[in-house]
Design a protein around this ligand. Sequence first.
Ligand code: FAD
Length: 465
Amino acid sequence: GTQARAVDTVIIGSGPGGYVAAIRAAELGQSVTIVERGNIGGVCLNVGCIPSKALISAGHALHAATHDSPFGLTITGAKLDWEKTQAWKQNTVVNTLTGGVEMLLKKHNVEIIRGEARFNDNQTVNVITSDTSELLEFKHAIIATGSHPIEIPGFKFEGRVVDSTGVLSLPEIPEHLIVIGGGVIGTELAGAYANLGSRITIIEGLPKILNGFDDEMVKVIVSDFKEKGAEIVTSAKAKSVTQDENAVTVTYEAAGEEQTVRGDYVLVSVGRHPNTNNLGLNATDIKLTDRGLIETDNQQQTSVPNIYAIGDVVAGPALAHKASYEGKVTAAAIAGQDVINCAVAIPAVAYTEPELATVGETPDSVKAKGLNAKISKFPFAANGRAITMQSTEGFIRIITDKTSHIVIGGQIVGPGASDLISQLSLAMENGLTSEDISLTIHPHPSLGEAIMDTAELADGLPIHI
Ligand code: FAD
C-alpha cells in the first residue's frame, strides 16, 4: 500500500549492532521495529564470530586427542564425525544464540519484520517482504546493515571457491585448504582447519599475516602454523583460479615468479565491504565516505539528523563489540541523553593458536607518536597456571605513561588472551595505573595473575621475573 504506517524507532539489521540498539532503545522507552532480510543475529551470530569459534573449538579437541600430550595421555582411534560437528555448530551453538536474541527482542516488545529495507526519503523506509511491501514513517532510524565479503576479480564465489560463509559449512574437511588473505578471519579459519587435519596454504598480499598485530606477536602464530606443516606465502598476489569436480588450482605471483598451488577448496578472505548499496541511500541526504562507509558524528548521527548508523557500515574496526557499543550510544542519543561515542579502548582479538589480543597503544604506535611510555613484558613461562596447563607460549605487555603510570595500552599473546585483555581495557577506560593493578589481589594460580606480574614490572618491583 502507499499509506505509511507511523513507527517510533526503526532499526535496519539485527546483527550485534542492530539487536543491541533495539533492546537498549526499548529499555529507554522507545517503541522499536527491526527489519531483517536474513537471520536474526546478523553475520556475527550466524556466519561470523560464533560459528567460527565453534569450529576452532572442535579443532582444538581433535588436535589434542590426536597428538601426544605431556600429561601422559594417549588416545587411540580418536576421530571426528564432521556431520555431527556441523550439526552441533548449527543446532546447538548458532540456533541457541539466535533463538536467545529473538526471545530477548520479543521480551522487549520489539516488532520484527522479515524483509528488505530501502529508504524512500529522509522520513520513510519501504520494507519489501516476499509478497508485500510496507511503507514505514519513522521518527528515528538506525542503519545497522553490516558488511559482506569482497569478491576479487577472477575468484567468483562458486563451487570450491568459497567465502567465509562457505568455509564454515564445507561438506567435508579439506585435505588441502588454500586461503587467500591472511587477515584475522582468514588466519583464524586456516588455524581451525589446520587443527582439523587440513594441509594449509595461506597466500597474503602484505609482507606478513595478521597485519593488525605487531611482528613479535605474529611470529608466535607463524611458528605454530609452521609446526603444523602449513605454508605461508607473503607479499604474494593471487591471480586466478581454475576448478574441476575435485580440486582447485590457484595461480599467484610471489618473489617475481608465477606459481600454482592445487588444493580441494580455496577460501578468499581479503576484506569486507559495507552494505550500503540497494539501501535507497540516494533517496536520502545521507553522506558516504570514499570507502562507501556512512559518515557519522560522535553520536552516530548521519548527515540526516533523525537517521543514525552503527557497526560495520561506519568507520572503525569491523568488530561485533564495537557495533554493540555504538548501538547502545545511539539508543541513548535518540532517547535524548547527553551521550557520545567516547570509547577509549576497543580491544581486538585473533582466535589463533595461541590467541592474540591488543588494546590501545602498541610499541609501534608509541614510537610513531613519540610518547613517553614504558613497555613492560612478562612471559607466560613464568606463570604457574600456564605451566600446569602446558601453555607457556607467549607474553603479556602493558604500556604505561612514564609520568602518570596510567595504562595506555597492552597486548597479550597466549592462553586466554581474549578473556585477559578485558582487564587492560577496563584499566584504560578508567584511567587506572600500573599500581592500581599490582595492588589488586589476583587469585593464585591463574592466568590473570600474569597481568598483576606485568604491572609489578611496570612499577619497577617485579616478584616473578
Ligand atoms: P551484521 O552482523 O553484518 O548484521 C547486519 C544485518 O543487516 C544482517 O543480518 C543483514 O541481513 C541485515 N541487512 C542488511 N541489509 C539489509 C536491508 N536492506 N534490509 C534488511 N536487513 C538488512 N567480530 C568480532 O568482534 N569477533 C569475532 O570473533 C569475529 N569473527 C568473525 C568471523 C567471521 C568469519 C566473520 C565474517 C566476521 C567476524 N567478525 C568478528 C566481525 C563481525 O561479524 C562483524 O563486525 C559484526 O557482525 C558487525 O555487526 P553489524 O551489526 O554491524 O552487522
